[in-house]
Design a protein around this ligand. Structure first.
Ligand code: SAT
Ligand code: MN
Length: 590
């Protein structure tokens, strides 16, 4: 009898024949293995030891200066039919892509070790989890995958049982931006990535598997793979509601997932539980509700801006056993980035710090750390059944127009809100920063198939018996005329979450407006917060003329998906546009 592992062995042999490594190492995920890898990387210079008194078990990795973010223009989805990849993806014919990549992989591991990493995305015993195997020549990738996934022997055992796994092949190659490609074959459940060592391009379990390949798989299997954090909000009565929230990269998902309640809320007994900070897999349960797991086991968070003010939980999480990438260091060898006290002496490229060279830490510098170290890590995060989702939130960086919070009137309207999402670009991807672009459900860089089909899949969840979450849109990034943020954000965001939960529980009336339901006067709890009345009014204003222009732009954007755009989504856009034509009182908060 042939074992299910034969196909894995066969693939590993084929890859070795192509890449010709000096050695093959099957990763078991053990502490001994991790320690040996770290020693080896300290010797090779891939890792630099940080101050072990202040930061035990912490190391610094400096990447090649041209390899610091995802490269969307070099990322491809290769489906048999070009139309299936959609206008939201770059496409190449599968045969052409394989030939191109195999030419790059030919002999690329000569003299190096090839690591075989069996991993599981999600709790090892969860029916919602999925396995993969990444082959890489980068020990840095192995160390990161060990933190970010359930890697090693238990994953290999599950793969042996199931037989099905995602095949990911990665080599750092020459780190030449001209010879760099991140290629997905969703129909073959496989990934080929060459020429980058950066997280989103090289840790193939993350964006490549858990979003691009998984979204494709989820569509055919009736679930959702989303770019969302998952957070549990426990009220003073001890009841917990779980919320999933989609924001583009570097818009504060990690901060929201680890939110610390304002003092008044803490005294009353509110608690916040972190389930995930980046990716959420959800599927309908027997009771019709959506149940979610975080497929990851760690955080690959943005360092700059992480401070005692913005995210003390994250700071505590990364005080030990963390790999830092592209941060600066202080005179006593502690990791440093903009937003922390103290002064850097060496910048992210290892040069003596000189403000003339820009920020000391790269704006997309990162920390990799086990989720178990997070003080607010939810015990439910390891639950094989996942957590029931009460509300879904969409949000982006919108300096104007979008109110602090609004609720969709039903699922279809919620899907429209998600599809219409826009945000200013950030340093998480190469390219201009601060440009407004549509980023439906924050999945623009990650949806592994045609956005029109994706919207249709979202709409299809609304079927008899479904008890879907309420859908909200939030905007923490609204700016006043002086260019300053109107809303304080961070822990204060709990005030908005509390209102959302009150809506879920039917305890807040809200005010209906053409764009959705907004908090009625007095419904947002503002005790202990100095927020001028006018500022609140501005945060909750519905600017009819501005919204009419916005709805027009949304209509044009939806039309760009052609015949695959579900007709009822376009009708929903028209419904909202029409509602805006009807004159009514402009402000929810007069
Ligand atoms: O793509 S990464 O996972 O490296 C970071 C992000 O963009 O969310
Ligand atoms: Mn992300």
């Amino acid at each position: 009898m042939t074992s299910k592992l034969d196909s894995l062995d066969q693939w590993v042999n084929d890859v070795a024949a192509m890449t010709r490594p000096a050695k093959i190492h099957w990763c078991d995920g053990s502490d001994t293995e991790y320690r040996a890898l770290v020693q080896q990387m300290l010797q090779s210079g891939d890792l630099i030891e940080l101050n072990q008194q202040t930061h035990p078990g912490c190391y610094l990795h400096r990447s090649s200066p041209s390899d610091v973010a995802r490269v969307e223009h070099l990322t491809f989805v290769c489906t048999k039919d070009e139309a299936d990849a959609g206008p939201n993806n770059h496409w190449m014919a599968p045969a052409e892509a394989h030939a191109k990549m195999d030419a790059l992989f030919d002999g690329c591991m000569e003299g190096r070790t090839m690591y075989v990493i069996p991993y599981c995305m999600g709790p090892i015993d969860s029916p919602l989890s999925r396995c993969g195997v990444e082959i890489t020549d980068s020990p840095y990738v192995v160390a990161n995958m060990r933190t970010m996934t359930r890697m090693g022997a238990p994953a290999l055992a599950r793969i042996e049982r199931e037989g099905r796994f995602v095949k990911g092949l990665h080599s750092t190659g020459e780190l030449d931006p001209e010879r760099r490609f991140i290629i997905h074959f969703p129909e073959e459940l496989s990934i080929k990535s060459y020429g980058s060592g950066y997280g989103g391009n090289a840790l193939l379990g993350k964006k490549c598997h858990a979003l691009r390949i998984a979204s494709h798989q989820a569509r055919s299997e009736g679930w959702l793979a989303e770019h969302m954090l998952i957070v549990g909000i426990e009220n003073p009565q001890g009841e917990t509601h779980y919320v999933a929230a989609a924001f583009p990269s570097a818009c504060g998902k990690t901060n929201l997932a680890m939110l610390i309640p304002p003092e008044g809320y803490r005294k009353e007994g509110w608690r916040v539980w972190t389930v995930g900070d980046d990716i959420c897999w959800m599927r309908p349960g027997a009771d019709g509700r959506l149940y979610a797991i975080n497929p990851e086991a760690g955080f690959f968070g943005v360092a700059p801006g992480t401070s005692t003010l913005s995210n003390p939980n994250a700071l505590q999480t990364i005080s030990r056993d963390t790999i830092f990438t592209n941060v600066a260091v202080t005179a006593d060898n502690q990791p440093w980035w903009e937003g922390l006290p103290g002064t850097p002496v060496t910048d992210w490229q290892g040069r003596p710090y000189d403000p003339a060279n820009g920020p000391a830490a790269h704006p997309n510098s990162r920390f990799t750390v086990s989720a178990k170290q997070c003080p607010t890590w939810s015990p439910k995060a390891e639950d094989a059944q996942g957590v029931p989702i009460s509300a879904i939130m969409f949000g982006g960086r919108r300096p104007s127009l979008l109110p602090l919070v609004m609720e969709a009137r039903d699922w279809t309207h919620g899907v429209l809100m998600g599809a219409a999402m826009g945000s200013e670009t950030t340093a998480a991807a190469t390219g201009a920063v601060g440009v407004l672009r549509r980023d439906s459900m924050a999945m623009k860089p990650f949806c592994g198939y045609h956005y029109g089909d994706y919207f249709a899949h979202w709409l299809s969840l609304d079927k008899p018996g479904a008890k879907l979450p309420k859908v909200f849109h939030v905007n923490w990034f609204r700016k006043g005329k002086d260019g300053k943020f109107l809303w304080p954000g961070f822990g204060e965001n709990l005030r908005v979450l509390e209102w959302m939960i009150a809506r879920v529980e039917g305890k807040a009336g809200g005010v209906e407006t053409p764009i959705g339901t907004l908090p009625a006067h007095g419904e947002l709890k503002l005790e202990g917060l100095e927020l001028p009345r006018e500022t609140l009014a501005e945060l909750l204003t519905v600017d009819h003329a501005g919204w009419q222009t916005e709805l027009h732009a949304i209509g044009e954007y939806l039309d760009s998906f052609g015949t695959r755009l579900p007709a009822n989504l376009r009708q929903e856009q028209q419904r909202v546009a029409q509602a805006l034509e009807t004159p009514r009182k402009a402000a929810a908060h007069a």
